[in-house]
Design a protein around this ligand. Structure first.
Ligand code: C2O
Ligand code: CU
Ligand code: CU
Length: 488
């Protein structure tokens, strides 16, 4: 049993158990997240209103949440390469916040990281240029020290980028019919059924893991009818800390895209392991089966405390699909999706090494009590001996250089994210990455050995608006496992 799993077992035992494991419970309908579709043209600024809300996750209890234009979570925004999105981000949550565009290749001053704070009552109006290819991105709070709790409470949404190729590709693309955006999260609910979040020493150490999976804000399992044909799921792991091992009840997952865009061709696998912050698009064949289910293996790698308690597989359906007689996307599984350049590590002119560090001397129990859910600058975790410090630039990068970033750690499994780019993974935890992770990525898993990525930054991030690199276990990020870099 891994350390994080063991530690989580003690944290979890103090919480009420939710619906995990109740596979036979009646499925709720899959909520369709409202879409703001800008691909047809943008004729006004695009408001994103951050505000407190209340939300019923499906258990009848009213939870206190945060949302963006909605009571919980934000819209799915769909835009096209070449557009510039004029956002008006209005903060009304009663506390300072930020909104970061995770995955976008944009300059540091519109990146929405911890330096672009929006005071309560203020509006931040970045013009966000969309220069990259079709890809599934997202946006979430990046308020240093409070990213974990603000994102958990609901400050997150999805940003889909299309391009000419994706709009004309022979793929399912009717939103809510054969093309679904699936936001997976884990939650803890208290005895009265309300969403809870509390920081303890264990939560700092392992990240917050809830015992209940929710899909687009509804407690799993959720159900959806689909036409006969191929069905596309664009999946985001928006958990604070939980890795999700996903598989289908029947048949393989055909992975067609990762964080930064399409793979060169579909990769059929039994299961994928998604870290917090990762996105994968998959096609599910609903031509020949009447029902199917997307399962999460709660005993899989990084599956949390149930792995320790039960071992083996603990497959729990999160989304059940049942097919109607309607004809949907009847095309074939695509064989060519995109042209991915061959990896050329020999082009790298700079190599940087990053050592992730836990427990650099801080007393986590005291922190949990004294900081009242605020861990910023607490310095409990670090990279290369330095806990995150907003006033210190850790790396300076030259625009356009090809670099290799090497990351290692001696404890736990960490999902590392780099702003302002997509990269390619050369090695992941000392091994070749799975085929579905060999395309464009902005997240890499780091456990044993080195995780090496080949990266280039094409936009500027000055000293007053640097980019971040950090662990996407949000409590680790808040606790100091983050650094800053400029690109000039
Ligand atoms: Cu998704 Cu720096 O974050
Ligand atoms: Cu990011
Ligand atoms: Cu971490």
């Amino acid at each position: 049993m891994k350390r994080r799993q063991f530690l989580f077992a003690s944290a979890a035992s103090t919480m009420a158990f939710g619906s995990v494991g109740l596979a036979q419970a009646a499925a709720r309908p899959l909520p369709l997240i409202p879409m703001t579709d800008l691909t047809g043209g943008i004729d006004a600024r695009v408001p994103l209103n951050l505000a407190p809300g209340t939300h019923d996750f499906g258990n009848g209890a009213i939870s206190q949440t945060l949302g963006i234009n909605h009571n919980y979570l934000g819209p799915v925004i769909r835009a096209k390469q070449g557009q510039t999105i004029p956002f008006d981000v209005a903060n009304g949550i009663g506390d300072t916040s930020t909104i970061h565009w995770h995955g976008l290749h944009i300059p540091g001053d519109v990146d929405g990281g911890p330096h672009q704070e929006i005071a309560d009552g203020d509006v931040w109006s970045p013009d966000v240029p969309i220069v990259q290819h079709a890809s599934m991105n997202w946006f979430h709070s990046h308020m240093h020290g409070k990213t974990a709790q603000q994102t958990y409470k609901g400050l997150a949404g999805v940003l889909l980028i299309e391009d000419d190729a994706s709009l004309s590709a022979d793929l399912p693309k009717t939103y809510g019919v054969d093309d679904f955006t699936i936001v997976l999260q884990d939650k803890a609910f208290d005895a009265s059924g309300r969403m809870g979040y509390a920081l303890t020493a264990e939560v700092f150490e392992d990240g917050f893991e809830g015992d209940t999976i929710v899909v687009n804000g509804a407690i799993a399992p959720v159900s959806q009818t689909v036409p006969t044909g191929l069905v596309r799921l664009r999946i985001l792991n928006a958990c604070n800390a939980r890795f999700l091992e996903l598989s289908m009840e029947t048949g393989p997952l055909a992975v067609i895209a990762s964080d930064g865009g399409f793979l060169s061709s579909a990769v059929e696998v039994e299961s994928i392991l998604m870290s917090p912050g990762e996105r994968y698009e998959v096609l599910v064949d609903m031509k020949t089966v009447d029902t199917n289910a997307l399962n999460v293996n709660l005993a899989g790698d990084g599956g949390g405390f149930l792995a320790g308690l039960f071992g083996g597989n603990q497959l729990t359906p999160v989304l059940t699909l049942s097919r109607t007689a309607d004809e949907g996307f009847t095309g074939a599984m695509p064989d060519k999706l995109a042209n991915l350049d061959a990896l050329r590590p020999q082009d790298a002119t700079v190599t940087r090494s990053f050592q992730l560090q836990m427990d650099v001397g801080a007393d986590l129990v005291a922190l949990a009590m004294a900081w009242d859910n605020f861990c910023g600058n607490a310095g409990a975790m670090a990279i290369n001996g330095q806990p995150m410090n907003m006033d210190r630039i850790d790396e300076t990068v030259r625009k356009g250089d090809t670099e290799i970033w090497r990351i290692s750690v001696d404890d736990q499994l960490h999902p590392i994210h780099i702003h302002g780019c997509s990269f390619r993974i050369l090695s992941q935890s000392g091994a070749e990455p799975p085929a579905y992770a060999q395309g464009w990525k902005d997240m890499v898993h780091v456990e044993d050995g080195w995780s090496d990525v080949l990266v280039r930054f094409d936009h500027e991030a000055p000293e007053n608006a640097p980019y971040m690199y950090h662990c996407h276990i949000l409590e680790h990020e808040d606790c100091g496992m983050m650094g800053q870099f400029t690109v000039t």
